[in-house]
Every structure is written in structure tokens, then in C-alpha cells.
Design a binder for this molecule. Structure first.
Ligand code: FAD
Ligand code: NAP
Ligand code: SF4
Length: 676
């Protein structure tokens, strides 16, 4: 144990025999996109160095393939040639300026490889990849094991303290270990001892090539969450085999990428899957790492102090705040910029082949490009609007030494985040507001709530710069009967808490339309009650069937009858987040929400909402019609200032309302603060 009063278990060192980790935090593997960028390894080194400086115990890099066929994408990163070593040295040297250790993740994607040369245990196509893999010959399997071993040797040359062998999330080794993909009848298929042979032989080969003083983490799929996944007994057999083969640590993997159970999105309750690692603790003695939706030092400490695991893996929380560990160690966890699990700037980017970053921390992966040096002259700056844009600007500008004064007509900071945080499954947005409130007081930013300054007052106050982050106003629609008492805006629902009837039509199926639908139908206790949440998504803690799935427990009677409508003919929800849209759609489907596309709105009257689809008119007999039809910029003050010849900076929704989200608002604010 460490003598830190608040987090003694989290900050306790872990003795691995030949080496000691400074604490129990593992920064989980994240592909950033820098791996493939020209000159990306210099940026990657700065990215990892910042996390090492911030006190992480052990870093695992993004997945690097041991050979060409195993690459995730045609130009994906691999470590198989000696000339590739030097760029990795930049990373290890940067990290080793601090007591942090770093392991390279070796990932062979198997049938998840997004190219025509993919291979797997058998010729079984994945539902999330258009390419069908070739079944590997025995020669190819043995060659692949050698490639892992060779890569590990090169990793050691490059200065890595070890490797993580990726055996979960449905990648090659996981494909071999489960009958879902492994249909082989030779010694690499059939019983679990044969199916896990690739994992075991790979660990042995890596140990033999890299030596005893080398960390080998094996990421074991403890809960596949797919039909044809492993039974608990199979998983235990595999864990024991992995331990005997010489792994130093076993990390927990939850769910294949194609699983239809959310595993890391914000609506997953915190630490919802640590029970599986706890269960494994009874079976093996090698130290175990637990993972998934652990985002505060308090949650991590609780897991470790109750003996559920020996280490805690957090990935995205280190994108959100590189100083997570240092702040915990200084008993300042209330200063941590908490990962809200939105996936908007990290996973959604990676899946679109863009560089990862973080919605709440736009400097992540931009450490050398978006910086906040002390300003040459300290300015007096007025910021109007305390939504995400105004708040982010204020904090970054104050860090540079500017004197910032915020004005908001609302009674609390946060702007639209105050509505977002009420949506079931979006409670993490509270953390962002807690973070900003704390920074406002630490940086002595003037905060003036319930205040709407006129243009004249702002001018008279003699500010050097005026930044307008006044956000948006909901779009008003021109439909017959729009003044009918049935019609409400989403603000009347979320802000004013006006009562809503049992039958509802929602006009507009963007992010807010979906959120309002979830607000009206979803059981809000789900995200705070992990047991109920697991049952709702069909995850079986008793592991009665292979893969750990059971029939989801459906709500007997939906709370409301809801119609979610859009004019476009595209699939409803197509514009939602790449990695989270399916979760929102599935949640509404479970609650019986009817999603209709290609709608034209004819009239609101006493009978309900009259619409036309495919030239057929019908009346939806609803009590309320809620308008979620997008937004327009709020620029009244900007116009008034301009009329008086004063130029102001516009950021966030006040600048561009279309397709606005907090990611764009915060990044734009940070970029202005970096140069003002
Ligand atoms: P706003 O948040 O609108 O803030 C503007 C502020 O300016 C307000 O506090 C207002 O009171 C103040 N103001 C305006 N005029 C004046 C004036 N004259 N004087 C003083 N103060 C003034 N985005 C995401 O990225 N991910 C999500 O999951 C997400 N979920 C959402 C869920 C809901 C229900 C809603 C409503 C929005 C959601 N958003 C989400 C959108 C996100 O909240 C906005 O993009 C973001 O808040 C825009 O930030 P902003 O600072 O530009 O404006
Ligand atoms: P939005 O995503 O742009 O959606 C607006 C919806 O209104 C669309 O479905 C649009 O579809 C419809 N619409 C637009 N003009 C209309 C008109 N004149 N008449 C009738 N319908 C109209 O905007 P939003 O839902 O207001 O969300 C605002 C921003 O917040 C979004 O950019 C979003 O990224 C962000 N947000 C994100 C999340 C998230 O989970 N990531 C959640 C909430 C909000 P049709 O034109 O087809 O009818
Ligand atoms: Fe977390 Fe969202 Fe940042 Fe990703 S973008 S690290 S999920 S806060």
C-alpha cells in the first residue's frame, strides 16, 4: 500500500519480480492515428511523454501488427523490420524520462483486417467487415507465431519494457479461441486446448525471444458477448494456460467489436464489468488488470481496495486528462478533466480514419500543435456565455495569463450541457461542469451569473477583447397549427420540466431528438444500477451460456408511445456517432419508439399531428408534439456591438449552429485562446 491518504491502493507499486510498476494504473491501448501519419511518431512521443509525466504506471501503445496480413488497414502500422525500430525509440525514450513503463501492443486483426488479404482460423466473414478472410494454413499459423516473437524482439530493441498480446475484442487470437469463427478440425480447432493453442504458443515464443526480464501482458477475452463465444470454463482453462505459458499480467477484454452490447459508451454504468475480473481472481495467481468505464480515481480505488483486481486499465481517461494520476496523488481528484465516455473525438475519429483527440481536451494528440504559452501581454477579456465554448475559452485564456470575466444570463454555468446531463446515460456531463467550476475558481476567472450585459455596458467596461459564446436558439418551424397548445420545444421538456403526455411525436431525429426520446422513455435508474443495466442488455453474470449472453429483460409496457420523425429518407439516426448511434437506436427500439423517415408535416390540430409519408396522409393521435428541429446562432449581442463599430470574436454555436456539437465548440474555443 501507498501512504497516500485518498488512494492508497491505486498508488501502491506493483512488484513484478524483475521490475516494479510505480502504481496500479495502466493506460489502455488506443490507436491514435498518429502511428500512420507522416512524422507522426514525434507527435506520438509527445503524447505518451505527457502521460508519463502525469504519473501513469504502465502505458500500452495502440495496436501494432506483427506482420502485413495482420494490419488493421492497408497502411496500418506494423513492427516486423529492423528499420522500423528507430521511430519507436522516440516513444520509449520520451516515456523513460519518467518512472513509467511502456509496452507495445501486438495486434493481429485476423478477420477484422480491412483489406482483401485478411486471414483467420476459418473462412468466416465478420458482419462488420466486407472482406472475407482466408483460412490460415498450419504453415501460416506457425509463421504468424514466429512473427509475434520477432516483433517482440524488435520491441525490446526499441526500448519497450514489454508487449501486450491482443487476445480479445474479436481479433485473430480471439477468433481462434472461439467456435464462432474457429471451425477447424486439426490441432488448432475443436476442444479449447486446441483453440487456445495459438495464444499459448505465441506467449511461449515471445518469452523465448524477448527473455525473462520482459513484461508480457495477455489481453484475455473474459466475456465474448457474442453467440459462439467461450463458456466460463473455457475462459478459465485459457487463463490458466496463459499463466503457465509465462504471461506477467492478464488484462481483461470485454466483448467482440461486433457484439451488440455496449461496453464502453457513456450509458454503460461505471465499472459495470469488473465483476468478471473479480471472478477470475479466484482461478489464477498472476496479477489481473480490470477495465471498461473506469474513469475516476475513486472508482479505481474502490475496485482495488475490495480486491476485484490488481491493476486498473483506463484508456480514454488519459486522453481527457494526462495528469489524472498526478492529480489523484496530490489529493486533487476534483481537478481532473473526466472522460465522459462520449467517443466523439476518440473512437469515432479512429473508425473514420481521422486522428483521435478528446472532446473535453482538444490538446490530446495535438501536444506539439495546440499549446498555451504565457501571453506576451496580459489582456482583459470579456466572455459572454458560459456554455462549453465560453468555458473552454476562459480556462485556456486564463492559463495563458489573461484576465477573464465571464457573463451568463443563466443561473449556472454549462449552457446546453445542463440539458444534456439530464438525459439517462449522460450523467457524466455533470463531471465536465464540475471540472470547469473548479478551474474557474483556481484560475481566478470572474464569474457573473444571472447577468445579461448590453453592448454599451460591455464597451464602457473597457475590455481589450470581447468573446461571444452566446450559443444558439432552437429553430422555429412554420407548420400549420404550430401555435397549438400541444406543441412544445425541447427546452420546455428538459429545462422547464413541463408535463408531457403519454403519446408524443418528436419532430427532428438528430442528436437532440434522440436524447429527448430517451429522456421520455428510458428507465433512468439503469445507468446507476449496473445489475439492472446488465439484465436490460442481456448480459448474464451467471454465465449460463457461452459468450455470457441471455435474453434481454424487456420492459413489460413502454412508458410512452413515441413517434420520432424526420423529413430525410435516410435511416433514422444515420447521422449519430459512428460508434454510438446503434446504441441509441437499439435503446429506442427496446422501448417501442416508432422511427419514421420521409415525413412531411402538414398540421398540428386537436387530433394530433397530421403527416404525409409516400403521398399517404395520416394523423398521429398524440398529446404533444415536441420540436427538436435543429438550431440557429444567437447573435443579437454581436449585431449590437457591430452596429457600434466594435468587433467581437464569435465561437461555438454563436459562430456556426449547423452540425454544432460540444467537440467543435470546445476545439474552436481552445484554438482562439491559444492565439488571442
Ligand atoms: P451553449 O451551450 O448554447 O451556451 C451558450 C450560453 O450563452 C448559455 O449559457 C446562455 O445562457 C448564454 N447566453 C446567450 N446569450 C447571452 C447573453 N446575451 N448574455 C449572457 N449570456 C448569454 N453535444 C455533444 O457534443 N455531445 C452530446 O452528447 C450532446 N448532447 C446534447 C444533448 C442535449 C439535450 C442538448 C440540448 C445538446 C447536446 N449537445 C451535445 C450539444 C452541445 O451541448 C452544444 O453543442 C454546446 O453546448 C454548444 O456550446 P456553446 O458554448 O456554443 O453554446
Ligand atoms: P441536428 O442533429 O442537426 O438535427 C436536427 C433535426 O431536425 C434533423 O433530424 C433534421 O432532419 C430536422 N430538421 C431540420 N430542419 C428542419 C425543419 N425546418 N423542419 C423540420 N425538421 C427539421 O440538430 P440537433 O438534434 O438540434 O442537435 C444539435 C447538435 O447537438 C447536433 O449537431 C449534435 O451533433 C449535437 N448533439 C449530439 C448528441 C450526441 O449524442 N452526440 C446528442 C445531442 C446533440 P430532417 O431535415 O431530415 O427533417
Ligand atoms: Fe472520453 Fe469523449 Fe474524450 Fe473520448 S472524446 S476520451 S470518450 S471525453
Amino acid at each position: 500500500m501507498n501512504d497516500n491518504a485518498a488512494f492508497p491502493h491505486l498508488l501502491a507499486p506493483l512488484d513484478l519480480g524483475f521490475t516494479t510498476l510505480a502504481n496500479r494504473t495502466l493506460m489502455g491501448s488506443m490507436h491514435t492515428g498518429l502511428e500512420e501519419e507522416k512524422g507522426g511518431f514525434d507527435k506520438l512521443a509527445a503524447f505518451y511523454e505527457a502521460r508519463a509525466k502525469g504519473g501513469v504506471g504502465l502505458i500500452v501503445t495502440g495496436g501494432i501488427s506483427p506482420n502485413t496480413r495482420g494490419r488493421l488497414a492497408p497502411f496500418g502500422c506494423e513492427l516486423s523490420k529492423f528499420w522500423q525500430v528507430s521511430k519507436h525509440q522516440k516513444v520509449t525514450e520520451a516515456v523513460h524520462k519518467y518512472p513509467t513503463k511502456i509496452c507495445l501492443q501486438l495486434l493481429h486483426a485476423g478477420r477484422y483486417s480491412y483489406h482483401p488479404f485478411s486471414v483467420s482460423a476459418s473462412k468466416v466473414k465478420s458482419p462488420i467487415n466486407p472482406f472475407t478472410p482466408k483460412a490460415m494454413s498450419v504453415r501460416q499459423i506457425k509463421g504468424t507465431i514466429k512473427d509475434f516473437a520477432h516483433s517482440a524482439k524488435l520491441a525490446k530493441r526499441a526500448g519497450y519494457d514489454g508487449v501486450e498480446i491482443m487476445g480479445s475484442e474479436g481479433y485473430l487470437i480471439n477468433q481462434f479461441s472461439c467456435v464462432k469463427v474457429n471451425k477447424r478440425t486439426d490441432e488448432w480447432g475443436g476442444c479449447i486446448e486446441n483453440r487456445m493453442r495459438l495464444a499459448i504458443e505465441t506467449i511461449r515464443a515471445v518469452r523465448a525471444s524477448a527473455g525473462d526480464d520482459f513484461i508480457i501482458i495477455f489481453r484475455l477475452s473474459m466475456l465474448d458477448l457474442v453467440e459462439g463465444g467461450n463458456s466460463w470454463q473455457d475462459v478459465v482453462t485459457m487463463a490458466k494456460g496463459v499463466e503457465a505459458a509465462g504471461a506477467t499480467l492478464i488484462n481483461t477484454g470485454i466483448g467482440w467489436h461486433e457484439a451488440r452490447v455496449p461496453t464502453i459508451s457513456t450509458s454503460v454504468p461505471r465499472a459495470a464489468f469488473t465483476w468478471i475480473t473479480e471472478r477470475m481472481k479466484k482461478e489464477v495467481s498472476v496479477p489481473l488488470v480490470t477495465t471498461n468505464r473506469i474513469n475516476t480515481p475513486e472508482v479505481a480505488e474502490d475496485i482495488l481496495s475490495t480486491g476485484q483486481a490488481d491493476m486498473v486499465s483506463m484508456a480514454r481517461p488519459f486522453l481527457a486528462d494526462e495528469n489524472f494520476v498526478a492529480k489523484a496523488a496530490a489529493n486533487k481528484s476534483d481537478e481532473i478533466n473526466t472522460c465522459i465516455g462520449c467517443n466523439q473525438a476518440c473512437l469515432d475519429h479512429v473508425f473514420k480514419q481521422q486522428r483521435a483527440s478528446c472532446l473535453v481536451n482538444p490538446t490530446a494528440c495535438y501536444e506539439t500543435e495546440l499549446t498555451f504559452e504565457k501571453a506576451k501581454s496580459n489582456k482583459k477579456i470579456a466572455v459572454v456565455g458560459a456554455g462549453p465554448a465560453g468555458l473552454a475559452f476562459s480556462v485556456y485564456a486564463a492559463q495563458r495569463g489573461h484576465q477573464v470575466e465571464i457573463f451568463d444570463r443563466g443561473a449556472e454555468i454549462g449552457g446546453q450541457f445542463n440539458y444534456a446531463k439530464q438525459i439517462p446515460g449522460k450523467e457524466e456531463f455533470f463531471e465536465t461542469l464540475r471540472y470547469f467550476n473548479k478551474q474557474i475558481s483556481l484560475l481566478n476567472i470572474g464569474l457573473n451569473l444571472n447577468q445579461e450585459k448590453s453592448a454599451d455596458e460591455l464597451i464602457a467596461a473597457g475590455f481589450d477583447e470581447i468573446v461571444l459564446a452566446t450559443g444558439i436558439v432552437p429553430r422555429k418551424l412554420d407548420i400549420k397549427g404550430i401555435e397549438h397548445e400541444k406543441v412544445m420545444s425541447y427546452l420546455q421538456v428538459l429545462r422547464d420540466k413541463e408535463p408531457v403526455g403519454k403519446r408524443v411525436a418528436i419532430i427532428g431525429a438528430g442528436g437532440i431528438g434522440f436524447d429527448v426520446a430517451e429522456f421520455l422513455v428510458e428507465d433512468e435508474s439503469l445507468t446507476t444500477n449496473p445489475e439492472k443495466w446488465l439484465q436490460n442488455w442481456g448480459v448474464d453474470k451467471d454465465y449460463q451460456k457461452n459468450g455470457g449472453l441471455i435474453q434481454p429483460k424487456m420492459q413489460e409496457e413502454p412508458i410512452r408511445e413515441i413517434f420520432l420523425l424526420q423529413r430525410k429518407n435516410t435511416k433514422v439516426g444515420a447521422g449519430l456517432g459512428k460508434t454510438t448511434g446503434w446504441i441509441h437506436r437499439a435503446t429506442l427500439q427496446k422501448n417501442g419508439v416508432q422511427m419514421l423517415a420521409g415525413v412531411s408535416y402538414d398540421e398540428v390540430n386537436d387530433d394530433g399531428l397530421v403527416i404525409t409519408i409516400d403521398d399517404k396522409q395520416q394523423t398521429l393521435p398524440v398529446d404533444h408534439v415536441i420540436i427538436c428541429a435543429g438550431q440557429e446562432s444567437e447573435r443579437t449581442l454581436y449585431q449590437q456591438l457591430e452596429d457600434k463599430g466594435v468587433a467581437a470574436h464569435l465561437i461555438g454555436g454563436a459562430n456556426v449552429a449547423s452540425e454544432l456539437d460540444a467537440k467543435r465548440a470546445i476545439r474552436q474555443a481552445a484554438e482562439l485562446a491559444a492565439k488571442i
